[in-house]
Design a binder for this molecule. Structure first.
Ligand code: ADP
Ligand code: MG
Length: 604
């Protein structure tokens, strides 16, 4: 065929393919238009999962009658002009492609009355064919009804899910917008039934109550934004006891734009590390504010992703905010809530308060522990290696990952195990008081030093799987595999590429062997790859990889340990190079000081 320029109609349908993928995309574009029009109320009605009809009604400023037809032309927009740079964009829309795209693949009826006009207008576009504008009575605002979506694109229609499936996509998308815009009252009605309603009070908690229910709202913690900072984040995060099995409850926005960001989701998840069991996810809303020109919103067809000029900075702002709230509200700190600020109360993190000299005097060589039946019998003693890696400082800030130089070994006193509490903490007694050891964090520390030592010494400890498993990867993850294949092999992963986005896993690191049965191995590998894909230099990524492996090879919270097993773990921890924190920087143990006890009991 000779080269020729496509007709407008065909060009629109092709463009629509990018922007309008399914009913939820229509809802998103229409609702974003309502928000750009400064609506305080947005009502969405869905019939048949959106394939039959979608109606969005708002009370925004409306469209002047003489511009209504223009709004449906390609590249027609009131939001930017020739003088705009395409970087600092404050509106959700700016490409002028939503209305023309939608109306090329559906029948669209638009009724709108502009704020400064007495009469409304009605405009109809039937799969690209326009009808003349009519005057109609209408309240201020805009009502757009989209019916018969994709009737002229059978290929698209075929890819739609069931009405229920499409509805749930709409629902979770609208929920996210409602959370990001608590000042707007949203409702969603499907086949006559109300699915969602927020009151638009402007309070984030009210929005959460409307979306997830009042019970959940009660368990949310508030992020404390630093309004004076150029980069800040506000929002709500669930207390660690409230968690979910997947990431769909993470909502992130940047300057009012709801976005999808693996990296920033990860920043939130990582901040919960240690506060929440593995593979559980928080409910969270993080509304990031940055200078407008720090964000490029014009990089994704449906504007669901953005590019940050300083992504690392945003990452750490988010992580620090979440981590900060979590560490303040964690139970340890509550113990000290009656005390002067600055003190965390009865319990202390040992590193900071231990009187080293007294401990050293007191130290006796640890008794050898019987290994029979223990979960920790085969651990070698970690040899003295230099700790170069700190993911966190004592304030719980989990950002720096650079080399921090040689840290002197922090002494851990010899502890006598009393027992296990809540299947999570080992209770022990030492020279200066009573200690609570987090069994998972402690084991993680021990395993981390062990796998790191092997890694540095280039000792491969690998265990073949009886049945090799195939692992499906997220798009792009294969690149991470290519980049880090050497290191992955070095820690014991034996991997073969299998098709475009999957692997065959033949052997796993020996430390993971017991955990790695069934699908477990694949999941662990995926989270290791997640860590590696975060990038970073030097030790940062390898330490993150090793920390993930250590995490997965460690005993969990909630696991019952025998006294022997507790003792064994404590002995191992005593020998660790940096016994006081887990590789992610959380404390492994806290101390109830004898002097404080005496004071509390009024013995002196
Ligand atoms: P964009 O949002 O990128 O400008 P659209 O195709 O979504 O492009 O909309 C075209 C124009 O129609 C918008 O720029 C705006 O002026 C107008 N418009 C669309 N929907 C609404 C609405 N709900 N309220 C007011 N104006 C609207
Ligand atoms: Mg738009």
């Amino acid at each position: 065929m000779p080269i020729r320029v496509l007709s407008d109609d065909l060009a629109s349908r092709i463009a629509a393919g990018e922007v309008i993928e399914r009913p939820a995309s229509v809802v998103k574009e229409l609702v974003e238009n309502s928000l750009d029009a400064e609506a305080t109320r947005v009502d969405v009605h869905i019939v048949g999962g959106g394939a039959q009809s979608i109606t969005v009604v708002d009370n925004g400023h409306g469209i002047p009658s003489d511009e209504l037809a223009l709004a449906f032309e390609r590249f027609a927009t009131s939001k930017i002009d020739e003088s705009s740079d395409l970087i600092a964009i404050g509106t959700l829309g700016f490409r002028g492609e939503a209305l023309p795209s939608i109306s090329s693949v559906a029948r669209v009826e638009a009724i709108s009355r502009h704020a400064e006009s007495d009469a409304g207008a009605r405009f109809l576009v039937d799969f690209g064919k326009t009808k003349p504008i009519e005057q109609v009575g209408s309240p201020q605002g805009t009502r757009i009804e989209v019916s018969g979506l994709f009737k002229n694109v059978p290929a698209r229609l075929k890819f739609l899910g069931s009405p229920g499936r499409e509805l749930s996509r709409i629902e979770s998308m609208l929920a996210s917008l409602a959370l990001v815009y608590p000042q707007v009252s949203f409702s969603l009605n499907s086949d006559g039934r109300e699915r969602l309603r927020t009151i638009g009070s402007g309070k984030l908690l009210d929005a959460v109550a409307g979306v997830y229910g009042a019970k959940i709202a009660e368990q949310m913690l508030e992020l404390e934004p630093d309004d004076s900072a150029a980069f800040s984040v506000d929002g709500l995060i669930s207390s660690p006891s409230l968690n979910r099995s997947n990431r769909t409850y993470l909502t992130i926005s940047v300057n009012g734009r709801w976005i999808q960001s693996r990296r920033l989701s990860y920043a939130i998840e990582q901040a919960y590390h240690g506060f929440m069991p593995d593979r559980r996810y928080p409910i969270a809303l993080a509304r990031i504010r940055t200078p407008l020109d720090d964000v490029d919103a014009n990089v994704h067809p449906s504007k669901a992703e953005v590019r940050f000029l300083r992504e690392d900075l945003v990452y750490s702002v988010v992580q620090r905010a979440v981590r900060g709230v979590l560490s303040v509200s964690s139970p340890v700190h509550e113990l000290g809530s009656g005390r002067a600020s600055g003190s965390i109360g009865l319990f202390r993190i040992p590193g900071a308060v231990v009187n080293r000299e007294r401990f050293n005097q007191f130290s006796i060589s640890p008794s050898t522990s019987p290994a029979g039946g223990s979960k920790f019998p085969m651990w070698p003693e970690p040899t003295a290696i230099v700790e170069q890696f700190r993911l966190a400082d004592s304030e719980g800030e989990v950002i720096s990952d650079g080399v921090q130089g040689i840290t002197p070994k922090e002494t851990l006193p010899v502890l006598r195990v009393i027992g296990q509490a809540h299947e999570t903490y080992i209770l022990a007694e030492g020279p200066e008081g009573v200690y609570l050891v987090d069994q998972h964090a402690a084991h993680e520390r021990v395993m981390f030093e062990r796998v790191r030592e092997r890694f540095e010494q280039n000792v491969i400890e690998s265990q073949p799987l009886l049945d090799p498993v195939t692992v499906d990867l997220a798009p792009g993850a294969i690149t991470t595999v290519h980049e880090h294949l050497d290191e992955l092999n070095r820690v014991g992963w034996e991997i073969e590429e299998f098709g475009a986005n999957s692997l065959i896993l033949r052997s796993v690191p020996a430390s993971l062997a017991t955990r790695a049965s069934g699908g477990g191995a694949g999941q662990i590998l995926v989270s290791v790859l997640d860590e590696l894909s975060e990038g970073g230099t030097g030790d940062a990524w390898s330490n993150r990889m090793l920390a993930t492996m250590a995490c997965h090879s460690s005993v969990r919270a909630g696991q019952i340990l025998s006294t022997e097993e507790c003792k064994d773990l404590i002995r191992q921890l005593e020998k660790a190079e940096n016994p006081n924190t887990c590789p992610h920087g959380r404390p492994t143990l806290i101390q109830l000081n004898v002097n404080d006890l005496e004071r509390e009991f009024k013995r002196r």
